[in-house]
Ligand binder design. Structure first.
Ligand code: GDP
Ligand code: MG
Length: 262
């Protein structure tokens, strides 16, 4: 298969890996991705990490023409790094983008499974909480927060997904265009929820495939109580808005401009 054809039946794929202080992880994750699916390209979206992750990524990019680096000015958040990465992917004409953490939590060896599922879907969510999926080495409180958060999301938004907060996903590029991804303001887990929510409301075909999530062995998590609070507030707001929209529809009134969007 030539490089130009990309992944069979899918096209050119860009795996975006956002990084903040992942110097201990960036080499291994890029190596694993390249070994697992040699036809994909990688974009490291680094927020000017103080530990020199960006410099290491530059070295990796210099040695491999499948690896690229997007240097950002500072820690502007995971969501903003992805939005910038998506714009980069669109500019370069990729057909599919994949989100993947740098810390090894998302196994590159499972990437082919996500891409295969995308052949008959528009969005593939890597999911910890379906049969075959799993979480390893997470403290109980993280699991409870994650499961509880997902339960709340299902109740508030009426989305059927078991894992709307996960960050191992594949999107067809036209989905990101249609959901106007450049206007997404969420940053933490709610970034993932907002993308799923917008795609869901647009009626795209979204499938969940099981993944094995393994907590990082090196470096620190950037998860914080603020990130969790942001998710709770935003999801509640979207849920209330969706109910208002439905009610307006029943009353035969047009929703206010843009009301169907988070
Ligand atoms: N560019 C960028 N990446 C980030 C930021 N915050 C987290 N990340 C990356 O997002 C991924 C997931 O973050 P992590 O701290 O492991 O979150 P956790 O798995 O929920 O504990 C990792 O690759 C991080 O380096 C940020 O502000 N900017
Ligand atoms: Mg992590």
């Amino acid at each position: 298969m030539s490089q130009a054809e990309g992944y069979p039946g899918i096209g050119r794929v860009l795996v975006i890996i956002p990084t903040y202080d992942e110097a201990e992880n960036i080499r291994l994750i890029t190596e694993r991705v390249r070994a697992a699916v040699p036809s994909v390209d990688i974009l490291v979206a680094d927020d000017n990490s103080p530990d020199g992750t960006g410099r290491i990524a530059d070295e990796l990019a210099a040695a491999d023409d499948h690896i690229f680096v997007l240097h950002r000015t500072g820690k502007l958040g995971l969501g903003a790094a992805y939005v910038a990465g998506f714009a980069w992917a669109k500019d370069k004409g990729y057909d599919v983008v994949v989100e993947m953490d740098a810390d090894g939590s998302h196994a590159p060896e499972e990437l082919a499974g996500l891409l295969d599922a995308l052949r008959s879907a528009d969005v593939v969510l890597g999911t910890r909480y379906v049969p075959g999926g799993s979480v390893h080495n997470w403290p109980l409180h993280r699991l409870v927060l994650s499961r509880g958060g997902n339960l709340y999301i299902r109740m508030a938004l009426g989305m059927p997904f078991k894992d709307a907060t996960g960050g191992y996903r594949a999107y067809r590029m036209d989905v990101l265009d249609k959901i106007d991804v450049g206007t997404v303001a969420s940053q933490g887990y709610s970034f993932q929820v907002e993308l799923a929510w917008r795609a869901y409301r647009h009626g795209f075909r979204i499938v969940e495939v099981p993944i094995t999530f393994t907590e990082r062995e090196r470096g620190d998590s950037k998860m914080s109580s603020n990130i969790f609070r942001e998710q709770l507030l935003r999801v509640t707001r979207w849920g209330v808005q969706a109910r208002k929209d439905t009610l307006m529809g029943r009353l035969g009134k047009r929703p206010r401009q843009g009301a169907t969007w988070p």
